[in-house]
Design a protein around this ligand. Structure first.
Ligand SMILES: NC(=O)c1ccc[n+]([C@@H]2O[C@H](COP(=O)([O-])OP(=O)(O)OC[C@H]3O[C@@H](n4cnc5c(N)ncnc54)[C@H](OP(=O)(O)O)[C@@H]3O)[C@@H](O)[C@H]2O)c1
Length: 401
């Protein structure tokens, strides 16, 4: 029985993680949950999974949850013992707020495995604190490794921490690498669906609304990653994630558009063999693997039928129409703090695009300007990288926009 702490439990990955727990009640127990501010869904999750701890990042929403629980306690119904009350899971849970709340969960003795499925660089501090506390991590929050991959992986190696990827591409590569020697690896090939605008002309993409950008052809995901998929920044972030997760130089990480999303990624070896991981696109499969690793447990998910699919297709990514992918390689090339600048700028700009304050191609335009305004340096501490993250958010919000 593994005790899970899930950061971002109300999101796309968080909810699918809970679905995996529902399917495997004998293997996992939910001991802690954290959200940004969706307390109505969090309350339902508390009733169902009965965690000991929850955290709400937004302090006002956290306070509201505490007040609602106090009111419920006062209202009854009167039962013989508190345990008989249908709201008992809510009476028993400890509610924490803010970043301290997330860190308390990440380091709690109640948690064996931390599932980090928060969106954005907010996931970085809890990841680092969990590593310091000796917790293994199932990581969906790719921004953690984009912003500070070198520091995070170095700490994980020092502490003997297992970071198991949830991102389907990285889960695929992780599986393809099992039992192989690192020296035998020739290159990693990350596949990309190409997103909703794969077949659109540049002039059409230029006018794309955020609603069109949110319509991903193969995956139902959170809003931020959906926009990242439309710009192909998602693949760029994944290249940086792979760079640090697998300790492979960027020259050995290629991307390939594969619209069917059946091959989740591949690894080529020095003898020219290529090993790929395939499956029906369903995030519950890599989530379950990240939870059960190093074991595999039974999963009644849709089975792959290649004879029904018949054709798999591939094309080169087009960085003229999708310049964000190129910017990500450039950020890696520049090194040090530059990927954190790319990421922070992207987070602010995706939000601005979702609020219809900027156009689609303003995203790469302003990211480039933010990168040009920054002189990268080799950071050694978490505080240094957090300072860069704060700087770029302020620069993009208050100088560029
Ligand atoms: N969705 C996918 O299929 C997929 C696939 C691969 C990788 N990923 C990665 O997984 C991560 C999550 O993606 P998603 O699609 O699941 O996002 P999402 O649907 O937008 O969910 C985000 C979750 O994080 C919570 N959250 C946001 N900021 C927080 C904060 N500061 N403190 C605590 N909780 C916070 C949200 O809470 P509220 O509900 O209260 O706002 C929500 O529960 C991202 O890094 C993404 O790139 C996602």
């Amino acid at each position: 029985m593994k005790n899970l702490g899930i950061l971002g439990s109300t999101g796309s990955i968080g909810e699918q993680t809970l679905e995996v727990v529902r399917k495997n009640p004998g293997d996992y127990r939910v001991s802690a949950l954290a959200v940004m501010g969706n307390i109505s869904r969090l309350k339902e999750q508390i009733q169902e999974f009965q965690p000991k701890l929850v955290a709400v990042f937004d302090p006002d929403r956290g306070k509201l949850l505490k007040e609602e629980i106090i009111k419920l306690k006062a209202r009854g119904p009167r039962t013989k013992t508190p345990e008989d009350n249908p709201n008992y899971p809510l009476f028993r849970v400890k509610v924490l707020v803010g970043l301290e709340g997330l860190v308390a969960i990440a380091t709690s003795g109640e948690v064996d495995l931390l599932v980090n499925s928060v969106v954005g660089s907010a996931g970085l501090v809890p990841t680092v604190k969990a590593i310091d506390a000796g917790k293994n991590i199932a990581l969906a929050n790719k921004e953690t490794l984009v912003v500070a991959g070198e520091l995070v992986m170095q700490k994980a190696r020092e502490k003997g921490i297992q970071i198991t990827p949830i991102d389907s591409e990285h889960s695929a590569v992780f599986q393809c690498l099992q039992g192989e020697k690192k020296e035998s690896l020739e290159k990693i090939i990350l596949t990309a669906s190409g997103g909703p605008f794969r077949t659109w002309k540049k002039e059409e993409i230029e006018k794309a609304t955020y609603r069109q950008a949110l319509k991903h052809p193969n995956w139902a995901m959170g809003r931020k990653i959906s926009i990242d998929s439309a710009t192909m920044m998602n693949k760029g972030l994944e290249v940086i994630e792979a760079r640090w997760l697998f300790d492979v130089p960027q020259e050995k990480i290629e991307t390939l558009v594969h619209p069917e999303s059946i091959i989740h990624s591949m690894v080529e070896y020095v003898d020219s063999s290529v090993i790929a991981e395939l499956g029906v696109p369903d995030m519950k499969v890599p989530i379950q693997y990240a939870l059960s690793y190093p074991e595999r447990i039974k999963g009644d998910y849709e089975k792959l039928s290649l004879s029904k699919i018949r054709n798999l297709s591939f094309e080169e990514p087009d960085t003229r129409r999708f310049p964000c992918l190129k910017l990500a390689y450039e950020a890696l090339e520049a090194g040090g703090t530059m990927p954190a600048v790319l990421n922070g700028a992207n987070e602010v700009l995706v939000e601005a695009y979702l609020q219809e304050k900027i156009t689609f191609y303003d995203i790469p335009k302003y990211i480039k300007m933010a990168m040009e305004a920054h002189t990268p340096f080799e950071y050694t501490t978490l505080e240094e990288i957090l300072e860069v993250d704060r700087w770029v958010r302020d620069y993009v919000s208050n100088t560029l926009l």
